[in-house]
Design a binder for this molecule. Structure first.
Ligand code: HEC
Ligand code: HEC
Length: 290
C-alpha cells in the first residue's frame, strides 16, 4: 500500500521532466533554425574565393568529402593498372584536360587553377592517399561546389581507368621524368569512338548536366540556375520546329544538339562537342517533354 504513493509521484515527476525536456528541445531547435536562417538571409557568410572557410567548417567539409567518396567507391572493381600503354594514354588525357587546374611535376596550375577555392588538389599526393577506386569515382562523378567537373560525358570508363593508371605513377615522377614522358607521347596519338547503342533518356538527362545545358536553359527534371539565355525546354517534345528552323523529329534533334551553328549560323546556341551517343540520349529525354 505504502510504496504505491512514491511510485505515482515518481511517475508524475518523470512525466513532467519529459515534457520539460521536450519543450526545451523544441525551443533549441527553433532557435537553431532561426539562427541559421538569419545567417543565410543576412548574407553573413563570405563566399569570396579569397576567404577560406574557417578551420572547423573546412574540417567538417573535408570529412564529409572523404567519407562520401570512400562510401561510393566501395563496390568499384579495379582492373589491372600496370600496363604502361594504359598510363601513357592516361597521360595524354591528363595533359589535355587536367593539367590546367591540377598542374603536374614541374608544371604550375594555370591562372584559373591557381585562383580556385578549394585549390585543385596536388594529385601526386592524392595518388598516395586515395585508392584507385576512389580516384576513379572522383574523376567520373566530379565534386560539387569545388569546381572539379564530372568527366563521364567526356571519357568512357576505360579511358578514366587509363587516367587513374597514369595518376598512380605520378608520385614517382620527377619534373625531368615527366617532361621526357610527355616528349615521348607527343609523337603518336590515338583515339577510338565507342560504338553507339540504344538511346537512354535517363543518361540523356544526366548528360545535360555534363554539357552545362542548364547554364542557358530551364529543363524539366533538372535543377539549375533558372536562366533563360535559351528558350525553356518545357514542352519541347511537342513543338513543331527546333529553334524555329528545323522540323522537330529525333534525327533533326540529334543533328541540332551536335551542330547548332551548322543548322543556323546566327544561332546563339554554341557547338558543345556533344557526342553522337549523348545527343541521341538527350534527344530521347527531350522527346518525352510535353
Ligand atoms: C576546373 C578545374 C579542374 C579541372 C579541369 C580538373 N579538376 Fe580535379 N579537382 C579540381 C578541384 C577544385 C578539386 C577539389 C579539391 C578539394 O576538394 O580540395 C579537384 C579534385 C580532384 C580529385 C580528388 C583529389 C583528392 O585528393 O580528393 C581528383 C582525383 C581529380 N580532381 C582528378 C582530376 C582529373 C583526372 C582531371 C582531368 C580529367 C581533373 N581533375 C580536372 C579542379 C579541377
Ligand atoms: C550558351 C547557352 C546555351 C547552351 C550552353 C545550350 N543552349 Fe540550347 N539554345 C540556346 C539558345 C540561345 C537557343 C535558341 C536558338 C535559336 O533559336 O536560334 C537554344 C536552343 C535550343 C533548343 C531548341 C529550343 C526550341 O525552342 O526550339 C534545344 C532543344 C536546345 N537548345 C537544347 C540544348 C541542350 C540539350 C543543351 C546542352 C547539350 C543546350 N541546349 C546548351 C543556348 C544554349
Amino acid at each position: 500500500m505504502n510504496d504505491r504513493v512514491p511510485k505515482r509521484l515518481v511517475a508524475r515527476a518523470r512525466h513532467r521532466l519529459v515534457v520539460r525536456l521536450t519543450i526545451i528541445g523544441v525551443a533549441v531547435a527553433i532557435a537553431m533554425v532561426a539562427g541559421a536562417a538569419t545567417f543565410v538571409f543576412w548574407g553573413a557568410y563570405n563566399v569570396s574565393a579569397l576567404q577560406q572557410h574557417t578551420e572547423p567548417v573546412y574540417t567538417l567539409l573535408n570529412t564529409a568529402l572523404n567519407r562520401s567518396i570512400r562510401q561510393r567507391a566501395e563496390d568499384i572493381e579495379v582492373p589491372p593498372l600496370d600496363d604502361p600503354a594504359m598510363a601513357e594514354q592516361g597521360l595524354r588525357y591528363y595533359r589535355e584536360k587536367c593539367v590546367q587546374c591540377h598542374g603536374a611535376p614541374g608544371i604550375s596550375r594555370d591562372d584559373v587553377g591557381k585562383g580556385m577555392t578549394p585549390v585543385p588538389s596536388n594529385l601526386a599526393h592524392t595518388a598516395r592517399s586515395r585508392s584507385p577506386a576512389e580516384i576513379f569515382w572522383t574523376i567520373k562523378h566530379g565534386i560539387k561546389m569545388t569546381g572539379m567537373p564530372s568527366w563521364q560525358f567526356i571519357f568512357t570508363d576505360a579511358e578514366i581507368w587509363e587516367i587513374v593508371a597514369f595518376l598512380m605513377q605520378m608520385p614517382r615522377l620527377s619534373p625531368a621524368d615527366y617532361q621526357a614522358w610527355v616528349a615521348e607521347v607527343k609523337k603518336a596519338s590515338t583515339s577510338a569512338t565507342p560504338p553507339v547503342s540504344t538511346p537512354d533518356p535517363e543518361r540523356g538527362r544526366l548528360a545535360m548536366y555534363g554539357y552545362a545545358c542548364i547554364a542557358c536553359h530551364r529543363i524539366p527534371g533538372l535543377v539549375g540556375p533558372q536562366v533563360d539565355v535559351g528558350p525553356p525546354l518545357e514542352g519541347i517534345g511537342e513543338r513543331r520546329y527546333i529553334a524555329g528552323v528545323l522540323t522537330n523529329n529525333f534525327d533533326n534533334m540529334v543533328h541540332w544538339l551536335q551542330h547548332p551553328t551548322e543548322v543556323d549560323p546566327l544561332t546563339a546556341m554554341p557547338d558543345l562537342g556533344v557526342t553522337e551517343q549523348d545527343a541521341m540520349n538527350i534527344a530521347a529525354y527531350l522527346s518525352l517533354l510535353d
